[in-house]
Design a protein around this ligand. Structure first.
Ligand SMILES: C[S@@+](CC[C@H](N)C(=O)[O-])C[C@H]1O[C@@H](n2cnc3c(N)ncnc32)[C@H](O)[C@@H]1O
Length: 347
């Protein structure tokens, strides 16, 4: 569990409230960009505490908006704060905060999905992977349409030790739709267990810290919000390339309610599919009648290791794409078939 840090290690000079900043700079939340703001500084303090000890840390806040979480991060006594905000309307308000904490804040008007995190922090902060996490934290309350693709991208970065993880096992405290938070932390057998649970938990310690009710935001979103903390593991639970693990896990969950072999089958071309699926399940020692959400992490590890062995023996296997096979079959079927008569069409 992340050791909750202290806040209020640095006192900002008196500033307009976040509500006043919103009025002053006319920062109307844009519904089409899913903007929902946190104005209650006790709540933003609570989010920031989940990141752990931030005194003298280097922090990157993604999507600061009007700056509620930003204030709590500055109050925690950080050394440097990098803000990455896509919407230009927020920049003047963030500049006002930056002036209140001289020399501490760097503002980037940019998109976190394309921003190069390898250059975001000073090189002297780099820690070896096996060491304690570096004194670098990522914190953010982003729109859900951004936070979910972003965590998938960052999990791939964890696996490759690049992006924000070029500096070591950088910790992240991020918000998600409550249901996504539940999936990220779901255990085997749980209804919420999904592809996201396996991908996140094989690479990180994932902690669902607390839920913020929708009504705490302005304007109020349709859903509640989960605050989730990630610490990359020294040793991933599945030691195979990200793309391979993703392919096996995605295939397994393809038919969520069916026996897991139904999804696993889709790893193989039609010719020899059954035989190869049986071979994989036997080598991995996994009961083919388990449902995908019942599979443990070690069963996923065995499946990935056995699939890797088969791919090493037949390199054409990894590039096989089940959907492409289906598409091709559909196309051949439609070109092979004689044109239907009107009467047949009506049947
Ligand atoms: C849900 S609002 C939250 C604002 C603020 N963090 C808060 O809690 O009140 C999301 C913020 O992320 C910004 N944002 C959205 N997509 C982004 C992206 N791809 N890169 C950087 N910022 C983004 C929005 O402009 C907005 O300021």
């Amino acid at each position: 569990m992340a050791a909750p840090g202290k806040v209020a290690a640095f006192r900002l000079p008196p500033l307009p409230t976040i509500g006043e900043i919103i009025k002053l700079f006319r920062l109307k939340a844009l519904k089409q960009l899913s903007q929902n703001f946190l104005l209650d500084l006790r709540l933003t303090d609570k989010i920031v505490k989940q990141a752990g000890e931030l005194k003298n840390a280097h922090v990157c806040e993604v999507g600061p908006g009007p700056g509620g979480i930003t204030r709590s991060i500055l109050s925690a006594g950080v050394e440097q704060l990098l803000l990455i905000e896509k919407d230009a309307r927020f920049i003047p308000g963030l500049q006002m905060l930056s002036e209140a904490a001289p020399g501490k804040v760097r503002i980037v008007h940019g998109d976190i999905l394309t921003y190069k995190m390898e250059k975001a922090f000073p090189k002297h902060l780099i820690k070896s992977w096996e060491d304690e996490p570096p004194d670098i934290h990522i914190i953010g309350n982003l729109p859900f349409s951004v936070s979910t693709p972003l965590i998938i991208k960052w999990l791939e970065n964890v696996s490759k030790r690049d992006g924000p993880f070029f500096y070591g096992r950088t910790q992240m405290t991020l918000t998600f739709q409550k249901e996504v938070g539940e999936r990220l932390t779901a255990n085997p057998g749980s209804n919420q267990r999904s592809r996201l649970s396996v991908m996140a938990q094989h690479l990180c310690t994932v902690e669902n810290c607390f839920v913020i009710p929708g009504q705490a935001f302005v304007p109020k979103p349709e859903v509640d919000v989960a605050v989730v903390h990630f610490t990359p593991l020294v040793q991933p639970k599945i030691q195979q390339p990200f793309e391979l693990v993703e392919k096996v896990v995605q295939s397994a969950f393809q038919f969520r309610r069916k026996y897991c072999f139904r999804g696993i089958e889709t790893l193989f071309p039609e010719n020899g599919r059954l035989k190869r699926t049986e071979q994989l399940m036997m080598t991995a020692n996994v009961d083919p009648t388990l449902r995908p959400f019942q599979l443990s992490m070690s069963q996923f590890r065995n499946l990935c290791n056995a699939y890797r062995k088969m791919c090493d023996e037949d390199p054409s296997l990894f590039v096989f794409n089940y959907r492409e096979e289906l598409r091709q079959k559909k196309m051949t079927r439609s070109t092979d078939q004689p044109e239907q008569t009107e009467e047949e069409n009506q049947l």
